[in-house]
Design a binder for this molecule. Structure first.
Ligand code: AMP
Length: 217
């Protein structure tokens, strides 16, 4: 299954994508995670990206496209992949179509995780991630048992630099202006499905799996 995950920041794409990885054994390609890894390693690409990320703006397409192309060329993507946080604008979507058609592996589905705008703020400001294993929590909806510590591995929980309130406002603005038009883009291509992103993680996951299984048959 070759899948693009759409949805606003905080819609839960990362959480659901991780579940899909476990169930279907296909890789999750998160451009946000790849960029954060480059920032942490202090690579030239990471240094360039950090300033945009801290402002809540999109990193230039040229940087992101190179990264995605390299990742999609790896062998584990042959049987399918989940793109999470990419594409983020129409130019990236067009570039992706071109890339995938050259690689002879067109997209099967664009899945839009739909969450009311007002819920997103609380989801994002409450988000915490484990430094060691990447497990995610939310201090309002799904807190860890001990504050600041991961239930799974005891690692330290942290708040992403771009999950601060001002940056979040900007990221949501950028989403509306640049990413939301992709719903139309994939709808016109006839591969869009929408799922409600409110409810429990399990309920949402089940709705997603139902769609994937229908598509596979
Ligand atoms: P995310 O974890 O997907 O919310 O991404 C965090 C930040 O990384 C975004 O606010 C952007 O600055 C940058 N970013 C992630 N994916 C992309 C992309 N496809 N295009 C441009 N910038 C991106």
């Amino acid at each position: 299954m070759k899948l693009v995950f759409l949805g606003a920041p905080g819609a839960g794409k990362g959480t659901q994508a991780k579940r899909l990885v476990e169930k279907y054994g296909i890789p999750q390609i998160s451009t946000g995670d790849l960029l954060r890894a480059a920032v942490a390693e202090g690579t030239p690409l990471g240094k360039e990206a950090k300033a945009y990320m801290d402002r809540g703006e999109l990193v230039p397409d040229s940087v992101v496209l190179g990264m995605v192309k390299e990742r999609l060329s790896q062998d584990d993507c042959k049987k399918g992949f989940i793109l999470d946080g990419f594409p983020r604008n129409v130019a990236q979507a067009e570039a992706l179509d071109k890339m995938l058609s050259e690689m002879n592996m067109p997209l099967d589905l664009a899945l839009n995780l739909d969450v009311p705008f007002d819920d997103l703020m609380k989801r994002l400001t409450g988000r915490r991630t484990c430094k060691s294993c990447g497990q995610m929590y939310n201090i309002y909806y799904s807190p860890s048992k001990v504050e600041g510590k991961c239930d799974k591995c005891g690692g330290e929980l942290f708040q992403r630099d771009d999950d601060k309130e001002e940056t979040i406002r900007k990221r949501l603005e950028v989403y509306r202006a640049q990413t939301e038009p992709l719903i139309d883009y994939y709808s016109r291509k006839g591969i869009l499905k929408s799922v409600s992103g409110t409810g429990s993680i399990d309920e949402i996951f089940n709705s997603i799996c139902t769609i994937l299984e229908k598509k596979a048959n």
